[in-house]
Design a protein around this ligand. Structure first.
Ligand code: CUA
Length: 306
């Protein structure tokens, strides 16, 4: 995660300001240190030296060091205001993609209203197309932050914030909740996949498809899923309609588990469904009294949901 490698128009705007301010500061710093060094050497006390002429006030110097900083601030303010106004625009061109981002303790929901797709913790967006993120907070304040995309924006209960940008290029990036939101704030990561247009369409087509029908061990897992409290919190389209936890319809196609904490493997999942709080402090999913075999079958089922 680096804010110094820009991956969107917004990030480039912010980075250009950062560069400008850095170079101005470096220039001023050099000037100050050179003058300071000169003064220290030129006017140092020497044995036997006479007391220098005593003076008070020098109006032109005082005027200069009032105007100087004012000019520096002006040079910084003009492009800063331009970038602020540009990046606060929430214009939604007709071809823009809307993603509704909801921050929960401690995971992310990503809904694509125009596509009929809902997923969690792994955000998929197309490169080169404007994406308008509508941020909604159902519980406490979170902050949506993908450093490569530039800028953070808070996800606040009772209000809707918007952040809009055009991702530059396909790739795999990471994000992180950037507002302290409770026990597992640090474990509220997200993975971001930027696709080219064709790959994004393929992803959407797969996400819109029904949950896959499991076989073997996974089929036993489905029966356990349907018979346990899982269905009260999670949606697997065609099986359950819970909304308290992440939508799991295509959970097996995600590479991470627990909002970016672990690789999504059947073994980790088996451990997770037995005792999630042991793996992620504070997580709202309680431990379940499952046998090893049941946990394994459940893990096999969930990873089969590609
Ligand atoms: Cu959510 Cu910090």
């Amino acid at each position: 995660m680096s804010t110094l490698v820009a991956g969107s128009d917004l990030a480039r705007d912010v980075l250009s300001l950062y560069g400008l301010i850095t170079w101005i500061s470096v220039g001023i710093g050099l000037l100050v240190f050179v003058l300071l060094g000169y003064a220290l050497l030129r006017f140092r006390d020497r044995p036997g030296a006479a007391l220098p002429a005593q003076s008070h006030g020098r109006p032109w110097l005082e005027i200069a060091w009032t105007i100087g900083p004012a000019i520096v601030l002006l040079v910084i303010a003009v492009p800063t205001l331009q970038v602020i106004f540009r990046t606060q625009t929430v214009a939604k061109p007709p071809d823009a993609l809307e993603v509704v981002v909801r921050g929960y303790q401690w995971w992310w929901e990503f809904a694509y209203p125009s596509l009929g797709v809902t997923t969690a913790n792994e955000l998929h967006v197309p490169a080169g197309r404007r994406v308008v993120f509508t941020l909604e907070g159902p519980d406490v304040i979170h902050s949506f932050w993908v450093p490569t995309f530039g800028g953070k924006r808070d996800v606040v209960p009772g209000r809707t914030n918007v952040i809009a940008l055009v991702p530059d290029r396909p790739g795999d990036y990471w994000g992180q909740c950037a507002e302290f939101c409770g026990t597992s704030h640090a474990n509220m990561g997200l993975r971001v996949v930027v696709h080219d247009a064709a790959a994004f369409d393929r992803w959407v087509a797969r996400e819109r498809g029904p949950a896959l029908e499991p076989s073997g061990d996974a089929a036993a897992g489905k029966a356990i899923f349907a018979g346990q409290a899982c269905v009260g919190c999670h949606t697997v389209r065609g099986v359950s309609t819970g909304t308290l936890g992440p939508d799991l319809t295509h959970f097996g196609s995600r590479t991470t588990l627990g909002a970016g904490m672990f690789p999504n493997t059947p073994e980790r999942l088996a451990a997770w469904v037995k005792n999630a709080p042991a793996m992620k402090p504070g997580v709202k999913m309680p431990p379940f009294a499952l046998s090893e075999d049941q946990a394994k079958a459940l893990g096999a089922y969930l990873t089969s949901l590609k």
